[in-house]
Design a protein around this ligand. Structure first.
Ligand SMILES: Cc1cc2nc3c(=O)[nH]c(=O)nc-3n(C[C@H](O)[C@H](O)[C@H](O)COP(=O)(O)OP(=O)(O)OC[C@H]3O[C@@H](n4cnc5c(N)ncnc54)[C@H](O)[C@@H]3O)c2cc1C
Length: 370
């Protein structure tokens, strides 16, 4: 894939203008941690932001940093750490700030740090036709006009290339501690959330509940005592937070976002999951059975009516060609891999027996036909 790596915002504008004029489809990429997020489309070229990798302004007294979109999360952590501050995005080190703003992933610490959108106070975006749009303000009082920066946060590259952002920072907590309580399950997680004052995350799995605590030492000790009073023994790991989706050992991990009260319904029948209690985010591990499609997406992509599609799906499911699973309110379908494989093998055998590599029919096959 042809890659453009602009070093300045002007170069981004030129690249976007040229692509727009020539009808070239440009995809925006950062650290590529999550390039398949959302609903990716085919592109002709990619525009990478990695060379827009400068921390342009950072004054700890202002609790604000202005950074190029290509700055990596690891580099930003290092720079802000020197001022004992953080941008609480919790993405992997290799992800970029622009990519993280574009994806707006939910941190497991959301209970404490709030949604990512609230920490992005200003964005400079270059639109598809090469115009610069700046939205938001570095001081809260002077915010005017539409909140395009809030719209662009989570826009997955669909509104243009985010080239520069101003971020509201937090002090680094003095102490971090992870508690692990057993047994697990959603009910145990909810009970712990109700018993501990202001935890930064309560993450339940089928086997355990992990609680992230952070703040001043006295505060964290008091939270630890509250957890012990609620469930008895807990394992204490100082210096650690809780992780996001990574610990799920499954080829495919699906993120589910529902109202916190609907988590039970979303996880019925699943045995590999991590759920952030009180937030309504869960990650569910699924087998790699090929691409899954919800009925809604099949209906959107097809000229057939919903009832016709439901009929075809039922026939294919009963014939063993499709598998399905209900997650939350959606039913997901995917091809049964063994059936697809044997169909592909049959087609390949047919082509091998009947056609030569130059596409002409084999004489033996012609004779057989006669
Ligand atoms: C606790 C936690 C753990 C996580 N763990 C993982 C993990 O293990 N694996 C993982 O893949 N993700 C993980 N994520 C999600 C990850 O943080 C985001 O996917 C990541 O920040 C994307 O950054 P990137 O630079 O790699 O973007 P890319 O992967 O390069 O791009 C992602 C999307 O953003 C768009 N985009 C990128 N840059 C820009 C820009 N400058 N302007 C406009 N659009 C842009 C792209 O077009 C694409 O749609 C985690 C998030 C959290 C909070």
């Amino acid at each position: 894939m042809d890659l453009i790596e602009p070093r300045t915002v002007d170069e981004v504008r030129d690249a976007m203008r040229r692509a727009s004029r020539d009808g070239t489809r440009l995809g925006i990429v950062g650290g590529r941690a999550h390039a398949d997020a959302g609903n990716p489309v085919d592109v002709d070229r990619e525009l990478s932001t990695v060379r827009l990798g400068r921390v342009e302004a950072y004054d700890p007294a202002e609790m604000l940093a202005v950074v190029g979109a290509g700055v990596t999360i690891g580099e930003l952590r290092r720079v802000l750490g020197e001022g004992s501050q953080e941008w609480p995005a919790d993405s992997p080190d290799a992800a970029t700030v622009g990519g993280t703003v574009a994806v707006a992933p939910s941190s497991p610490r959301r209970l404490r740090v709030g949604p990512l959108r609230d920490s992005v106070v200003e964005i400079e975006l270059v639109t598809g036709d090469g115009r610069s749009v700046r939205s938001g303000a570095r001081t809260v009082k002077s915010v005017q006009g539409f909140d395009v920066h809030r719209l662009a946060t989570g826009s997955l590259g669909t509104l243009g290339a985010i080239v520069r952002v101003a971020l509201k920072l937090r002090p680094l907590p003095k102490v971090r501690r992870r508690l692990v309580a057993r047994p697990g399950g959603l009910d145990a997680g909810r009970a712990l959330l109700g018993s501990i004052p202001l935890p930064s995350a309560v993450v339940a799995t089928p086997g355990s509940v992990e609680i992230a605590l952070e703040g001043w030492p006295d505060e964290v000790d008091a939270q630890t005592s509250a957890a012990r009073s609620a469930v008895g023994d807990v394992e204490v790991r100082d210096g650690e937070g809780v992780a996001g989706p990574e610990p799920i050992d499954a080829p495919v991990v699906v993120e589910v976002a529902v109202a916190p009260s609907k988590l039970h319904a979303a996880l019925v029948g699943e045995d590999r999951w991590r759920a952030v209690i009180g937030v309504g985010i869960a990650w569910v591990g699924l087998p790699d059975d090929g691409e899954r499609l919800s009925v809604g997406r099949i209906v959107d992509a097809s000229p057939l009516s919903r009832s016709a599609i439901a009929h075809h799906l039922r026939v294919l499911r009963e014939a063993g060609v499709l598998r399905c699973e209900k997650i939350g309110k959606e039913v997901w379908y995917w091809p049964a891999p063994d059936v697809v494989r044997s169909a592909l093998d049959a087609v390949r055998d047919y082509l091998d027996t009947h056609f030569s590599s130059d596409g002409s029919r084999n004489a033996a096959a012609k004779r057989k036909r006669r």
